[in-house]
Design a protein around this ligand. Sequence first.
Ligand code: IPD
Length: 307
Amino acid sequence: MTGAGRPEVPRELRPQLSALRDLAVDLAIGAGELVRAGRREAVSDRVGTKSSVTDVVTIMDRASEDYLRRRLDAERPGDAVLGEEAGIERSAAAQPQVNPITWVVDPIDGTVNYLYGRPEYAVSVAAVLGDPTRPGAWRPVAGAVANPETGQVYHAYDGGGAFLRDHQRTGDASGDRRLACTTVTELSLALLATGFGYAAEVRREQALALVDILPAVRDIRRGGSAALDLCTVASGVVDAYAERGVHVWDVAAGWLIATESGAHVATWDSGPERPVGIVAAAPSILPGLRDLVQDAYLRARRDPPRG
Ligand code: IPD
């Protein structure tokens, strides 16, 4: 990961990174169990909406974030927490200069899948340095993405490699398998994961950009969770991921997991009033993919569809 404003990892923080990762794993599993157990009640009749009618929030999004905040308050009282539902909060005990960590949490990433009973959703927990509210000014140093339906937990800390904990598959006591992204060298052979925003006008632009992107790659997959999309780049289940308009909580943990698998992750400029776009891929195809996606979005904005 590169970028002028991104903070370096202080040497004195290094010995703590594996413990931060362990906490992220524990939190993501704990919140995931809560979310899975509460699904029936959550999807019955108390589903609200946020930015648009398709942008849902369930009582379990809020319960999961409350759980994560309660545990972090108890176990890391000096740190700040930024979550999808309640924004950024710093406890009274926080001393940002001494303790520069912000926990960036997505209580359910893939809420629409959760609503429909599809298994591609996750709880994402990341420990981040810098200011996660400013694009390019933060760096994830430890994180975990847990899929409560499959029992799989992706995790990483800076410099420690990326791993998948999957007891069912490995049969191994630790259950951890080291991850490596694919080594694809041609963009035309890359299987590309992507996602779409909630606002109709954003989706129109995303659909138009696909007119240029789809013919240039092997195929497209839309899983429904940006956090898991980045983890599938790490595990080699897809070659690449690109999306415009994700939020920091969608991608903070997955960004680190993809990077630690050997993939490169970068942002692209999608216009002054636009949220940043993200691309993740095997290093050899990343520059070409970034150009392709950035140009496709520029064209989509220049020649908007009629109607
Ligand atoms: C969404 C998912 C989806 C992505 C959207 C995100 P949410 O997060 O990650 O895959 O395409 O951009 O907003 O709303 O389910 O937490």
